[in-house]
Design a protein around this ligand. Structure first.
Ligand code: GRF
Length: 199
């Protein structure tokens, strides 16, 4: 399966996918990496792995729809089977979603539907939950509202800081992402209402 990965930051999830794809048995290849900004570590990771990149900044477009279409067209040029948002900090609208219907997934650092949005680990810590985690889901128009593909639980320790909790979640999140993307690539998937079935 051909993967296009969208990023906005450090790209540690991207790196985990690149590393997994080095094994032919994994069944997937990262064919391109897209970003909404320059100067991020994730783009360096792509370049080090000789993966083509594209960058579109929202501020370079007159409308958000024009941005969505540019990301769509750049991604589509690589003919992906799956587009993975891995820390990509933009919600893409209809122009993109219509093209990659049920083939655009995102990983989020909480157990949805708790703590959607940008502050997953911080919100979990502030609320005082004892278990949080990471969620892999199909993107829709909402903020972290699409059908859930997989979840992994992560305990919150009494002495956690934002940094220690964020890092513990990221370790579990990366493993889940790599495992599920591999299964989706090898076995396919289908959507049944709120459910995503792999294989
Ligand atoms: C992930 O934890 C994701 O859930 C959150 O941002 C992080 C991305 O990290 N939205 P990275 O860029 O893959 O290192």
């Amino acid at each position: 399966a051909r993967l296009v990965v969208l990023i906005s930051g450090s790209g540690s999830n991207l790196q985990a996918l690149i590393d997994a794809c080095a094994d032919p048995a994994y069944g997937a290849t990262v064919v391109a990496v897209g970003a909404d900004r320059d100067g991020i570590e994730g783009l360096e990771r792509a370049r080090r792995a000789d993966i083509p990149t594209f960058v579109h900044r929202v501020s370079d477009f007159e409308t958000r729809d024009a941005f969505d279409r540019a990301v769509r067209d750049s991604a589509a040029a690589f003919e992906p089977d799956l587009v993975v948002s891995a820390g990509f900090l933009k919600i893409l609208g209809d122009a993109f979603l219509d093209r990659f219907d049920a083939a655009y997934i995102n990983t989020h650092n909480s157990l949805l539907p708790s703590f959607p949005g940008m502050r997953g680990p911080a919100a979990a810590l502030e609320y005082g939950v004892k278990i949080t985690g990471a969620t892999l889901f199909l993107c829709d128009k909402g903020v972290d509202t699409g059908q859930i593909i997989a979840q992994v639980a992560v305990p919150v320790a009494d002495d956690d800081t934002l940094d220690t909790l964020t890092e513990r979640i990221k370790v579990a999140e990366r493993a889940q992402l790599v495992e599920c993307v591999g299964r989706m690539a090898r076995d396919g998937w289908r959507v049944e209402g709120r459910h995503v079935r792999i294989g």
